[in-house]
Design a binder for this molecule. Sequence first.
Ligand code: ATP
Ligand code: MG
Length: 410
Amino acid sequence: MRQSKLFTKTIKDAPKDEVSLNAQLLIRGGFIEKLAAGIYSYLPLGLRTLRKVQSVVRDEMDAIDGQEILMPALTPKENWEKTDRWDNFDALYKLQGVNKKDYALGATHEEIVTPLAKKFISSYKDLPMALYQIQDKFRNEVRAKSGLMRGREFSMKDLYSFHVDEADLDSYYEKAKKAYYNVFQRCGLKAYIVEASGGAFTDFSHEYQVFTEYGEDEVYFCKECDRHQNKELVEKGEIKCPYCGAEREVKKAIEVGNIFKLMTRFSNPFNVKYVDKNGKEQDVIMGTYGIGPSRVMGAVVEVHHDDSGIVWPEEIAPYKVHLLALGNDDKVKQESDNLYEKLVSAGVEVLYDDRDDSAGIKFSDSDLLGLPYRVVISKKTLAENQVELKKRNEEKSEMVNLDKIIDTLK
Ligand code: ATP
Ligand code: MG
């Protein structure tokens, strides 16, 4: 992409009404734009990152036999009444259609996926089975001050698994834990698995928490036995670890994922059953597994930045390389155009700063945008038939021969 053609521009000052760091940096870089509190547009650079996060998630869900579907975001009231959540799900956006028919905008999809799965489950041979989607969810969040980390409309991957019994759910749950670990690792996040309240059905659910100063959750962190708990769940004053007795630390964190054994919480109201090997009817057992790709994107910025801007992890960076042509010299223009075309043909994702701007502007924009590799061509580097290569997360740079740079970046 030629930066001269990019419709967005960097913004010097962060908007005053954005308090969160991720929103400030992402808006300044032209990755996203705020329409209203908790509601953002994804612009070309931001959309590339969001899609990359989603594709990492998709990869890992496919690897645990998730089958991707897309359910409607507009959902009828009846479904929510069946599970008693129409009046009990706080953040549900409700709206009315023709003939006074009531709907909710999808905040989660147990109420939709369960009756859907019922249509295709009759025998034990149909199980286990897992369905997922990546879709915008809508929640009327009371506070929306954390940028992409708490949207009123936000991207969620929600997977639902269906099983013959609890043992089978347990074994799938362990597979999902691993897949979740992979997702966060690939997105450059160190996420800790944390025990949280499981509601009425199991002792615990598990959250994936990333430690960051601006997180909205608090986690009791145990250095000794590596079992951590959401503070919400722990009784007042119980700072000692219930497993090993060690003193624990309270850390601020953001929940990037959540996995939950639903057991029969949703299969019962929708009467989802299967016939077992002995011809006997049994309840289908369910699990639910959520990740917020947009929250992941926000959390990545909270964790990976410095005073000059974002430092994208390579797998989810909008582009891998930022090519900067410095100065108005014809040879520089020609060589950098040339290199840009070659990089594109070689399949290297490159943003090419071909604008008519000063070196100072180009360097500071490059730091703000935070692409993993910066390649600079100037009259000076060309005198040696070289370019300067620098990693965004390192101080030092190196000189590389023009004819070697493509292989180096590949
Ligand atoms: P929180 O306690 O932070 O509100 P939650 O428990 O409501 O989260 P879930 O219902 O489990 O979250 O949703 C699954 C995932 O969706 C979360 O782990 C998070 O990554 C993401 N998510 C939830 N709410 C939001 C939001 N308002 N904005 C962005 N992502 C969200
Ligand atoms: Mg919530």
